[in-house]
Design a binder for this molecule. Structure first.
Ligand code: HGY
Ligand code: MN
Ligand code: MN
Length: 419
């Protein structure tokens, strides 16, 4: 005779301690973290988390792109139910983005271990390489390779914004693993993540039930002009790469405002050459990040930007070249997975709201190979990719308990009668 696992809860203090311990690695002023993918800080974080996986009795694998998966055996062998996220951060990162999903997954495992709960199917906790994509594009790189949507060879050859090759840095930090890619498709994938936007916090809702992830378009633009003397060159004779770059920055804002709705546009990186006060720049490099929940509108935004670049090129007599760094269509999650997250959250008495994700996530890549879902918890003031990123402990506990019960249902968890 066995009973269900209802009533099983995570240990919130233990989860918070792991969050605090990992946040010490790559800690930066203001309480945030800088663990850019494949840096020494990322390695130290990887070593700490995979050590915790081993302490919990998980079988740990590292694959050829550095994805790390810890698996808890089920009564049956076969495809696991997987949870996880990422532990790399942006340069001004907070302590919850990605990390919460990985460490809540470990907390679920430890809670099951403590309660002597077995699962029918294996349960896996993963952290994927380079989810952020800010040092090496594209983002969600590890889960793209894991799901067979990005070839390993070409990915290992990718050079980052500092000129380093992915393959070299993976070897340097000791995470060029032997597990094959693509990896085995899970039975299902569920990711707990902070919202990183203002909706749940503003509406006072406990749990976000994510129905889709919006489309993402990343482009690097290089402008070639003519360096010249800042004092002697008449304005009418300039081929000013710096001015053109500035015009693009302004246009991206105008375009997003004009299209409205969910359209967003960001120029996050810009460089001038020779970058000197008295030289008209002869070269500029900048990145444009466009996103929309509608593929049709995202394509319109891309077309409008291309038209504007052509007009600037002709008017300013400069060369303009573009390089696509990432392009993902919006990804809807499976209705039965959305309903599952919502029903478990409500059964625990939490308020819920369905919403799309403005940020990219590994779950959108896993959705290509298995039923996937995401659980959001509120970000205070919607702040993220900022050291002030914060989620209240009671929301962390709520999200991890929803994750626990969803994973128990998906993995077929039961505990011995009388336990
Ligand atoms: O860019 C993103 O949405 C994610 O943080 N990689
Ligand atoms: Mn993230
Ligand atoms: Mn992020």
């Amino acid at each position: 005779m066995t009973s269900t696992t209802s009533g099983l809860k995570i240990n919130a203090g233990r989860l918070q301690r792991r969050l605090d311990d990992l946040a010490k690695i790559g800690a930066i002023e203001g309480g945030g973290c800088a663990r850019l993918a494949l840096t020494d800080e990322d390695k130290a974080g990887r070593d700490l988390v995979s050590g915790w996986m081993r302490e919990l009795g998980l079988a740990v694998t590292v694959d050829a792109i550095g994805n790390v998966v810890g698996t808890r055996a089920g009564r049956q062998a076969g495809a696991p139910v997987m949870t996880g996220s990422h532990i790399d951060t942006v340069r001004t990162g907070g302590r919850y983005d990605g990390v919460l999903g990985v460490l809540a997954g470990l907390e679920v495992v430890e809670s099951l271990n403590d309660a002597g709960v077995a699962t029918e199917h294996p349960l896996a906790v993963a952290f994927f390489t380079n989810e952020e994509g800010s040092r090496f594009a594209p983002d969600m790189m590890g889960s793209l390779v894991y799901t067979g949507q990005l070839p390993l060879g070409g990915t290992l050859a990718v050079r980052g914004i500092d000129g380093t090759r992915i393959g070299d840095d993976l070897r340097r930090i000791g995470y060029a693993g032997s597990a094959p890619v693509p990896g085995p498709a899970p039975r299902a994938y569920v990711e707990l993540h902070i919202e990183q936007g203002p909706v749940l916090d503003h509406d006072g809702v406990d749990i976000g039930v994510v129905n889709s992830v919006q489309g993402i378009s990343w482009t690097e633009i290089e402008i070639g002009g003519v360096s010249n003397h800042a004092g002697t060159t008449p304005m009418s004779l300039r081929c000013d790469a710096g001015w053109v770059a500035g015009a693009i920055v302004a246009y991206v804002r105008e375009l997003a405002t004009e299209l409205g709705g969910s359209q967003v546009g960001t120029v996050g990186r810009i460089e001038f050459f020779p970058n000197l006060i008295n030289v008209v720049p002869n070269r500029a490099v900048l990145t444009v990040d466009l996103r929309n929940t509608s593929e049709e509108t995202l394509r319109l935004a891309e077309a409008r930007l291309d038209e504007h670049l052509a007009a600037l090129r002709d008017a300013e007599k400069v060369q303009i070249s573009t390089r696509r760094l990432a392009r993902f269509a919006p990804v809807p999650f499976a209705p039965q997975m959305i309903n599952l997250v919502e029903s478990h959250a409500r059964a625990q008495g939490f308020t819920t709201r369905r919403l799309p994700s403005g940020a990219g996530h590994d779950a959108q890549m896993l959705a290509a190979v298995c039923p996937a879902a995401m659980i959001f918890v509120p970000s205070v003031e919607g702040i993220s990719h900022n050291v002030r990123e914060f989620t209240h402990p009671h929301h962390i506990e709520a999200g991890a308990n929803v994750l626990l019960s969803v994973l128990c249902e998906l993995a077929g968890a039961t505990r011995p009668a009388g336990a």
